[in-house]
Design a protein around this ligand. Structure first.
Ligand SMILES: Cc1cc2nc3c(=O)[nH]c(=O)nc-3n(C[C@H](O)[C@H](O)[C@H](O)COP(=O)(O)OP(=O)(O)OC[C@H]3O[C@@H](n4cnc5c(N)ncnc54)[C@H](O)[C@@H]3O)c2cc1C
Length: 428
């Protein structure tokens, strides 16, 4: 990467000082005293955006973040709770610094509806709140109805997804603990795009690691609707062959169409039925329900189209959508690191627009996803994405990023440090 590009990329990767200078100190006085930004969702995208709008506006813009959960529970690292090497406490961070240190008003509620014409959101508890700018980062919701029988099996607590970290993560761990040695855990993966491309393969590896130590007669089955492993394929497959032979089996092009909860059996579009003791079926995903309800999911009725310079919805003025809910540019994963990056770019754009300043014409986004193959050995995939003004999209920067050459323990240390750093950047 050329030096100038590297400096620009470093700015986008997020030091506060760099962002301060990006907006221009001389202009900070033009930030309006009364503007109000509402952020929907306190996950990787929303919490970052809330914090950075406060910081970049010199703490002048009023920010209200609406989030139903009392604490932030991280999906990254949650697969290690299933593998047994981390606990729920390790992946949980309170929101108190966002309010106490950064002055974000946190409302613990759901947004039930959005009125983009009146510029208000209405909370599930009743009141409506006015905004000048709305930033939506509601993550994903699962399309249970695409698999016959799955909604009921989920509602009864029998077949879990745990694709939003929280109580389901622990409940799935308990199912694995309760399973007899000699049992089968099966994870079904939907067709891409879905939240966190390497996530299901990391999870299968974690469960295989747990079985190898504690239930050596048990098996892990991966039923993948995709043609092949969608991320880090050669590294995963080599590791599975070398370390989980006889424990883990990978089956591509297996698309689940129905589930029989009485017999714990999955049905496929082509192949014969598969039965397992613990089923972890991930259906197709789409933008979080509130984004769909607000009519923002205008790409295939699943994802929210945006102007990539500002992340403003192509559907509604002054409504910005970031994180997994967004229709991502090519080669951009649905990841926490990416959502955190979106949070900074949208914060800078929103503060600039509210202050009558030009929006940064060349934002960068970055991503690194670490995958734990057991409790210590890790691989990563990384990329840097630059806005291309001619094509109005993001393109990966030549020579940026890459993948690990082999699993190694040093990256295990980096991965845990990455988590601590991104939690601090998002929440503290
Ligand atoms: C098992 C697993 C492992 C992963 N590992 C990694 C990894 O190693 N690295 C990585 O970068 N990414 C990883 N990811 C992906 C990462 O978790 C997501 O990409 C990231 O959380 C997306 O951020 P977001 O802000 O879009 O959504 P979220 O972080 O899910 O936040 C959405 C928030 O919106 C709230 N919300 C939803 N609806 C409403 C509403 N109506 N009103 C108010 N609030 C609402 C939710 O409660 C939630 O807190 C992993 C994901 C999984 C499932």
């Amino acid at each position: 990467m050329k030096r100038r590009s590297f400096v620009q990329a470093s700015m986008a990767l997020g030091s506060m000082g760099a962002f301060g200078s990006m907006l221009g100190c001389a202009s900070v006085g033009r930030v309006p005293e009364k503007a109000r930004v509402i952020v929907v969702g306190g996950g990787y995208g929303g919490a970052t955006a809330a914090k950075y709008v406060r910081m970049l506006s010199n703490y002048k813009i009023d920010v209200t973040m609406i989030e139903p959960n009392g604490d932030f529970v991280s999906c990254p690292i949650s697969n290690l709770v299933l593998g047994g090497s981390k606990t729920m406490a390790d992946i949980t961070t309170p929101y108190d610094k966002l309010s106490g240190k950064h002055g974000v008003n946190i409302v613990r509620d759901y947004v039930a509806s959005v009125d983009a014409a009146k510029k208000t959101v209405t909370l599930a508890s009743g009141p409506s709140i006015r905004y000048d700018k709305l930033i939506m980062s509601p993550g994903i919701d699962l399309m249970f109805n695409n698999i016959e029988g799955l909604q009921a099996a989920h509602d009864s607590g029998q077949i879990l997804q745990a694709w939003k970290a929280g109580p389901e993560t622990m409940a799935l761990r308990k199912q694995l603990e309760a399973m007899d040695d000699g049992g089968v855990y099966a994870i079904a993966i939907p067709q891409a795009p879905y939240r966190c491309p390497p996530g299901p393969y990391e999870r299968a590896s974690q469960v295989a690691h747990y079985f190898k130590q504690h239930k050596p007669k048990s098996k892990v089955l991966i039923l993948d609707a995709n043609q092949d492993v969608t991320s880090n394929g050669p590294l995963y497959k080599k590791f599975w062959a070398d370390n989980y032979k006889g424990i883990l089996e990978y089956m591509p092009q297996h698309k689940v169409t129905a589930v029989d909860a009485k017999t714990n059996t999955m049905k496929f579009d082509v192949q014969g039925d598969v039965k397992a003791n613990v089923l972890n079926i991930l259906p197709d995903m789409r933008a979080g329900n509130i984004a769909v309800k607000a009519n923002l999911a205008n790409v295939n009725s699943r994802w929210c189209g945006v102007n990539y310079l500002t992340f403003e919805s192509t559907q509604a003025k002054d409504v910005h959508v970031i994180g997994d809910a967004m229709m991502l540019a090519p080669l951009m994963p649905k990841s926490g690191h990416m959502a955190n990056s979106h949070g900074k770019v949208v914060a800078a754009a929103v503060v600039a627009q509210l202050s009558d300043m030009p929006v940064n014409p060349a934002p960068f986004l970055s991503n690194t996803c670490y995958s734990f193959l057991n409790d210590k050995l890790v691989v990563h995939v990384a990329s840097v994405h630059q806005y291309d003004a001619a094509e109005k999209t993001y393109k990966t920067v030549k020579g940026s990023g890459g993948v690990s050459s082999a699993p190694n323990e040093l990256e295990g240390i980096y991965a845990w440090n990455w988590a601590q750093n991104i939690w601090a950047d998002t929440l503290l």
